[in-house]
Design a protein around this ligand. Structure first.
Ligand SMILES: Cc1cc2nc3c(=O)[nH]c(=O)nc-3n(C[C@H](O)[C@H](O)[C@H](O)COP(=O)(O)OP(=O)(O)OC[C@H]3O[C@@H](n4cnc5c(N)ncnc54)[C@H](O)[C@@H]3O)c2cc1C
Length: 442
């Protein structure tokens, strides 16, 4: 095994991974292809380019994204340092001047004595230790190499994300627990609809405003990825015979079969979050909230995440990666960033940071202990590495990933600020115990 670290992809995750290792005295070779090979969305050759919005998300104290920012800061994140230096006024969000932000990161990486930046496309898996952080638009030849390495069925090219709702905001008087034909206990919470409600709902779905597909996102081939509103537009009965079919779901008290049923599937063991089964969608966010509030039980629903469909190369990480973020079958081959199944600029950065630190430990011949589950970094890490039975879909940071039930605090604001407080304290203890201090030379 090499005594230096190879990082492929100079996006948010790759830049952070390279920085974290270099700061701890490990020589790093970072490959970024964009001076020679473009991607369909990047516009510059700068490292850590923000491909779309210039917002790094919610920055309001007590929110999960703000907690993640604070954790990244406390760990010496390069991305957060550049973001804070080039922040713009943006209300409750952290927005940045995108050019100055990327230029800052590029300059710091280029100037780091432990980092060699090579402007090349990597077409095959380099020798370990290597961090693959090539993002949602990984080049074709490398995607093929990854697919050969992990197995075609474990590498996906599209996200079809269903909304996730906060269990505490569901009106359970209108819903009932049951699995279809009684198979599988109470894993599903069902929202039954009568004919009239169903017809109004289908019409609202068809009439709602949609986000158009971007040029590079087309075409969507898979029937399983079909947006709910497109299914609705095929005919009034399509949903009632598809994702909203009521068969096998009699009401436990009346025995009646509803005209249609929206099934909510438990998203975590604690049952604090549920996803709307089969409700991947391209509706605009305000329209999702409006239309989905027509579902009985979800009138006042609060969403941890809304639905989406877009091109995205990502791994079925829980089946492939161990708790050190490398392949169970190829130790030392790490993945980081959006490709591991997180969603968002800072979530990608976080995975870059952890993969970089984990690789440092391996190069030093030590074991990497994962960050605590009650921190945002640990909760994200758990989400992408914990084995599960259902499908795996990319996730952004949200309190649905934390064990919020254990806290037994009903007031959401108080609960969230307690989670944040605990998380930062817990992360700081972990940092100390993990001996991940920055080399004093840097
Ligand atoms: C169109 C689009 C819009 C998005 N908008 C947002 C948004 O507004 N807000 C948000 O929070 N998230 C957004 N995301 C999601 C995600 O946060 C970003 O994609 C983020 O940039 C992911 O970070 P990353 O480091 O994993 O990948 P990237 O930042 O994409 O970095 C990967 C890097 O790897 C390089 N690369 C690829 N293949 C190779 C290769 N074979 N050899 C060498 N280099 C290679 C690429 O050139 C790129 O620089 C968006 C994603 C997409 C696709």
């Amino acid at each position: 095994m090499n005594q230096f670290l190879t990082v492929v992809g100079g996006g948010l995750a790759g830049s952070e991974a390279a920085w974290q290792a270099a700061q701890r005295g490990i020589p790093v070779v970072l490959y970024e292809m964009r001076q020679t090979v473009p991607t369909p969305v990047h516009k510059t050759d700068q490292l850590a380019e923000l491909v779309c919005s210039n917002s790094l998300g919610n920055n309001q104290a007590g929110s999960a994204p703000s907690l993640l920012k604070n954790e990244l800061r406390s760990m010496g994140s390069l991305v957060m340092m550049a973001a804070d230096l080039h922040a713009l006024p943006a209300g409750g969000a952290l927005a940045v001047d995108r050019d100055l932000f990327s230029a800052e990161i590029t300059r710091r990486i280029e100037a780091h004595p432990n980092i060699t930046l090579r402007r090349e496309e990597i077409r095959d898996i380099p020798e370990a230790p290597v961090v693959l952080a090539t993002g949602p638009l990984t080049s074709e030849s490398l995607s093929e190499a990854i697919s050969r390495l992990v197995g075609q069925e474990y590498l996906y090219f599209y996200d079809a994300i269903s909304p996730i709702v906060d269990a505490a905001s569901i009106d359970t008087r209108k819903t009932f627990f049951a699995s279809r034909y009684g198979k599988g206990g109470d894993d599903y919470l069902n929202c039954p609809m009568d004919k009239e409600t169903y017809q109004r709902f289908v019409k609202a779905l068809i009439d709602a405003e949609k986000v158009p597909f971007a040029r590079f996102e087309k075409p969507i081939y898979f029937e399983g990825c079909m947006p709910i509103e497109e299914l609705a537009a095929r005919g009034e009965k399509t949903l009632a015979f598809g994702p909203m079919k009521p068969v096998g779901l009699p009401h436990p008290e009346t025995g009646k079969i509803a005209h249609a049923v929206v099934q909510l599937r438990r998203e975590n063991q604690e049952g604090t979050a549920y996803n709307l089964v089969g409700f991947q969608t391209k509706l605009k966010y305000p329209d999702q909230k409006r239309v989905f509030s027509m579902i009985p039980g979800l009138e006042n629903a609060e969403f941890f995440r809304l639905g989406a469909i877009h091109r995205n190369t990502f791994l079925n990480s829980p089946s492939l990666l161990g708790r050190e973020l490398d392949l169970i079958n190829r130790p030392g081959v790490y993945f980081a960033g959006q490709i591991v199944g997180v969603e968002g600029y800072l979530e990608s950065t976080a995975m870059g940071m952890l993969a970089g630190l984990s690789a440092v430990k391996r190069i030093r011949g030590e074991r990497f202990s994962t960050p605590p589950r009650d921190s945002a970094l640990g909760a994200l890490m758990t989400y992408v590495t914990e084995r599960r039975s259902g499908t795996f879909q990319p996730m952004n940071v949200n309190y649905g990933l934390f064990n919020v039930q254990e806290m037994k605090i009903r007031d959401k604001k108080v609960r969230n600020s307690k989670i944040s407080e605990n998380a930062l304290a817990s992360l700081s203890r972990w940092q100390e115990a993990a001996h991940l201090e920055v080399d004093s030379a840097f």
